[in-house]
Design a protein around this ligand. Structure first.
Ligand SMILES: Cc1cc2nc3c(=O)[nH]c(=O)nc-3n(C[C@H](O)[C@H](O)[C@H](O)COP(=O)(O)O)c2cc1C
Length: 308
C-alpha cells in the first residue's frame, strides 16, 4: 500500500483528500461515515454566530459539467454547531476543519473565540471570506479587498492558537495579492477556491430563473481549470500551504492540482456525483499512479510543476 500521508500546518492527514465546506453540514454522523469511506479529513459548512436563514428553494442545480448553488450559507448558529461538534471532535478518526463566516468583521472574532473555548478543539479553522452568492445581503465578500482580507485574518489570529486557513475567492482581479496579504497578516494556510461567479440559468419554458435566488456560485468540473490556475499562481507567491479546491472529480485531478501547488485537496461537488464511492475510487487511483511512477511520498509531487 502506497503511503498517502501529508502534513498540513503540523496536522497529519492519512491522505490528501478532504471534504470541502458546505457539502455535509455539521452533522457528526455524516462526518464519521465519510471518514470511514476514505476521506482524509472533513470540513464543516460555514458556521455563523447567530442562526442565518439562507436562500429560498430551489437552491441547487447541476449537470455533468457544473453545479450551481445559492444555499446562502444557511446555518443554525454557533451554539447549535458547538453542541454537535462537541460530541464529534473527541471521537473523530481524521482531522476536522471548522469553517466560520461572518457578516461583520467582528463576528469572525467572536466565532473564533467560541471555537477556541471548546475543551477539545478542532485541528484547523477555515475562515470563509469568499462566498459569492450573499452579496445582496452582505455586500462584497471580504476576500475582494486586500485590506479587508488582512483585517479579518489579524482579528481571527488574535483570538485563537488553532492554525487558521483563509478561504479565497477566484472572483477577484488579483487573487495573488489577497493571498500575500493574508499570509502577512498571520494566516497559516490558504484554501483556494470558493465557488465561481455567481452564475445564472433560466428555464426557457417557464421564463423563470432555475434558482429562486436567480444567481448561484458555480462549482464542479467546469471550474477545475480556474482552480488549477489560482493554486499555481498562489503557490508561487506564498510560503504557507494550500488546500486546493474546485472541480476535482478524480484521483488524477487531485494529483494535477497538487502538482500545481496544493498540499491538501478539497472535494465538494464530486461527492454529489459519486456519493461515498468517491473517496476510495480517488485514493486508489492516486496510489496506482504513484506506484507506476515509482514515487514513494506525496511530498515529492506537491508543487512539482514549478520545479525546473
Ligand atoms: C452546495 C454547496 C454548499 C457550499 N457551502 C459552502 C460553505 O458553507 N462555506 C464555504 O466556505 N464554501 C462552501 N461551498 C464551496 C465549496 O466548499 C467549494 O469551495 C466549491 O464548491 C468548489 O469545490 P467543488 O467544485 O469541489 O465543489 C459550497 C459548495 C456547494 C456546492
Amino acid at each position: 500500500m502506497t503511503n498517502l500521508e501529508v502534513d498540513f500546518c503540523g496536522v497529519k492527514f492519512r491522505n490528501p483528500l478532504v471534504l470541502a465546506s458546505g457539502i455535509l453540514g455539521v452533522t457528526g454522523a455524516s462526518f464519521a461515515r465519510t471518514v470511514e469511506k476514505g476521506a482524509g479529513g472533513i470540513t464543516t459548512k460555514s458556521i455563523w454566530k447567530n442562526p442565518h436563514p439562507g436562500h429560498k428553494n430551489p437552491t441547487m442545480f447541476g449537470n455533468e459539467h457544473y453545479f450551481m448553488n445559492a444555499v446562502g450559507l444557511s446555518d443554525a448558529g454557533i451554539k447549535k454547531a458547538v453542541s454537535e461538534l462537541g460530541d464529534y471532535i473527541p471521537k473523530r478518526k481524521a482531522p476536522l476543519i471548522v469553517n466560520i463566516v461572518g457578516g461583520k468583521k467582528s463576528e469572525f472574532g467572536d466565532i473564533a473565540e467560541a471555537i477556541d473555548d471548546l475543551s477539545v478543539k478542532p485541528d484547523l479553522l477555515e475562515v470563509n471570506i469568499s462566498c459569492p452568492n450573499v452579496e445582496d445581503e452582505l455586500g462584497k465578500p471580504f476576500a475582494c479587498s486586500v485590506s479587508d482580507a488582512a483585517e479579518v485574518t489579524k482579528l481571527v489570529r488574535s483570538k485563537t492558537q488553532i492554525p487558521i486557513i483563509l478561504k479565497l475567492s477566484p472572483n477577484v482581479e488579483d487573487i495573488v495579492s489577497i493571498a500575500k496579504s493574508v499570509e502577512e497578516a498571520g494566516a497559516d494556510g490558504i484554501c483556494a477556491i470558493n465557488t465561481v461567479g455567481p452564475g445564472m440559468r433560466w428555464n426557457i419554458d417557464l421564463r423563470k430563473p432555475i434558482l429562486a435566488n436567480k444567481v448561484g456560485g458555480v462549482s464542479g468540473p467546469a471550474i477545475f481549470p480556474i482552480a488549477v490556475k489560482c493554486v499555481y499562481d498562489i503557490y508561487q507567491a506564498v510560503k504557507i500551504p494550500i488546500i486546493a479546491t474546485g472541480g476535482v472529480c478524480t484521483g488524477r485531478d487531485a494529483l494535477e492540482i497538487m502538482m500545481a501547488g496544493g498540499t491538501l485537496v478539497g472535494v465538494g461537488t464530486a461527492v454529489y456525483y459519486d456519493g461515498d464511492d468517491f473517496w476510495h475510487k480517488a485514493t486508489d487511483e492516486i496510489s496506482e499512479w504513484l506506484k507506476k511512477e515509482g514515487i514513494k511520498n506525496l511530498s515529492e509531487i506537491i508543487g512539482l510543476f514549478h520545479k525546473k
